[in-house]
Design a protein around this ligand. Structure first.
Ligand SMILES: Cc1cc2nc3c(=O)[nH]c(=O)nc-3n(C[C@H](O)[C@H](O)[C@H](O)COP(=O)(O)OP(=O)(O)OC[C@H]3O[C@@H](n4cnc5c(N)ncnc54)[C@H](O)[C@@H]3O)c2cc1C
Length: 419
């Protein structure tokens, strides 16, 4: 259905204007944006050993309604709950809304864009990428090659050096179908911290209802280590019971697993003159939450606009530098035990309008709003974490960079399953 699939030989590289290495989330959003902005006159190649189709993940994100994504959404909510042992808070997100997007419609739209852009698929892994400053030569694992003016690279990559704090967001979700109404489709549960907390890290459950009988229920941890398979099932069953859902009336329709890096380790967005990294590999994953989608969407739009205007396809940084610093401090405070995770998020939502917190987590608040956010956290542990972070940075400058061994390989790929 999409563009064309070609055979290129070593002696005759495929010449294109743009080569997309990786055809997952970031590339799918980019293809749709190129189509939306009417970029028609570019030769485009997509290099990926896998053609992404169907349901392999569910994206939850917040944003303003009425975007081009609206027709693809499975559900959206104006109200969300944040729960701790002490209270259940209902937040009105106006003017934003929380939304759920299954991957299938995103990949379908990208496939349609790919066809309209007349892009070429190279179904092989990109291997060597050589940038001479004017053009980039990409060699694939099976000996083919593509030569491009610009490479947009979203292949999973480890960070360029180990982080000062390296956590993972890891989770398992069940798509549950109930034999009678069990869910409230008017409201999603954003974070429910009533789950038993791990010795090091934070855990929470959440519920994304599509109807009163169908919902995604997930158990998530922000912590340094993964659980076992049985560990995720036990935690998720425990959360289901905490919600008072009767297992006898429920069927697990699909299972979703994921591991996302949460680290202050750097993911360079511009490794060379004509190579731009997008998606998780380019730093679009917010270290303090693992949320990635909004930054990927924003950057796809920026790249497409730039090309439509005849400018280089280089987006703004996924998050401002000061946000990356604040995330490094927050992660450190959580990791070193100075701040409890449920307390940290509870105070954020208690002392700020929900909309400000969500825009902060997307990296789009003003410095004045960020001061208000910082003031809502516990001062002493944050000061200690700030001092610790500063000392660690000085130490890092004085000694050679450590290689990025701290993130397990599973994180730079995806652990996703569906049953
Ligand atoms: C199960 C799951 C759920 C998630 N849910 C959310 C969410 O709710 N909200 C949110 O904000 N974020 C979420 N994320 C995080 C993030 O949005 C996704 O991981 C997103 O897919 C990242 O997009 P990407 O393009 O960076 O990586 P991917 O989508 O993983 O795409 C990378 C692509 O690179 C390809 N590739 C690998 N090796 C090569 C190679 N050598 N050459 C060429 N191609 C290669 C892969 O085949 C793949 O298609 C989730 C992640 C997972 C795993």
């Amino acid at each position: 259905m999409c563009g064309s699939v070609v055979r290129v030989t070593e002696s005759a590289p495929l010449d294109v204007d743009l080569a997309l290495l990786g055809g997952g989330g970031a590339a799918s959003l980019l293809l749709a944006a190129l189509d939306r902005h009417g970029v028609r006159d570019r030769r485009i190649a997509i290099v990926d050993p896998v053609r992404r189709r169907g349901q392999d993940r569910t994206w939850a994100f917040w944003g303003h309604p009425d975007t081009d994504l609206d027709p693809l959404l499975s559900a959206s909510w104006q109200q969300v709950e944040v729960a701790t042992a002490a209270r259940r808070r209902v937040l009105d997100l106006t003017p934003l809304r929380y939304a759920m997007l299954r991957s299938g419609p995103v990949y379908d739209r990208a496939a349609e864009a790919e066809r309209r852009l007349d892009a070429t698929r190279v179904v092989a892994p990109a291997d060597v990428v050589r940038d001479d400053g004017t053009r980039v030569l990409v060699r694939t694992g099976d000996g083919r090659s593509v030569r491009a003016d610009w490479v947009l690279d979203s292949r999973p990559r480890p960070p360029s050096r180990a982080g000062r704090t390296t956590w993972l967001q890891h989770f398992r979700g069940w798509w549950l179908e109930a034999d009678r109404p069990m869910f409230d489709p008017a409201r999603a549960v954003l974070m429910d911290f009533r789950t038993p907390q791990p010795p090091r890290g934070v855990s929470f459950g959440y519920v994304l209802p599509v109807s009163d009988r169908f919902a995604l229920v997930e158990y998530t941890e922000f912590s340094p280590d993964l659980l076992t398979d049985a560990g995720y099932d036990a935690a998720l069953a425990g959360y289901r019971d905490l919600l008072g859902l009767d297992p006898a009336g429920l069927r697990v329709r699909e299972v979703e697993n994921g591991v996302i890096p949460m680290t202050d380790a750097p993911f360079p967005a511009r490794p060379s003159a004509r190579v731009v990294r997008l998606g998780t590999a380019g730093g679009a994953t917010r270290p303090s939450t693992g949320f990635t989608f909004s930054a990927m969407y924003r950057q796809a739009d920026q790249v497409a606009r730039a090309l439509a205007d005849g400018r280089p396809p280089v987006p703004a940084a996924a998050y401002p530098r000061r946000h990356r610093w604040m995330d490094a401090v927050a992660l450190r405070a959580l990791d070193r035990g100075g701040v409890g995770g449920p307390d940290f998020f509870d105070r954020l939502f208690d002392r700020n309008p929900a909309e400000r917190v969500l825009r902060f987590l997307d990296g789009v608040t003003t410095p004045a709003e960020e001061v208000a956010i910082m003031n809502s956290t516990r001062l002493l542990p944050m000061i200690a974490a700030t001092a610790g972070d500063a000392a660690h940075r000085v130490r890092d400058r004085l000694r050679p960079a450590r290689p990025a061994l701290a993130i397990p390989p599973a994180v730079v790929g995806d652990a996703v399953g569906a049953e």
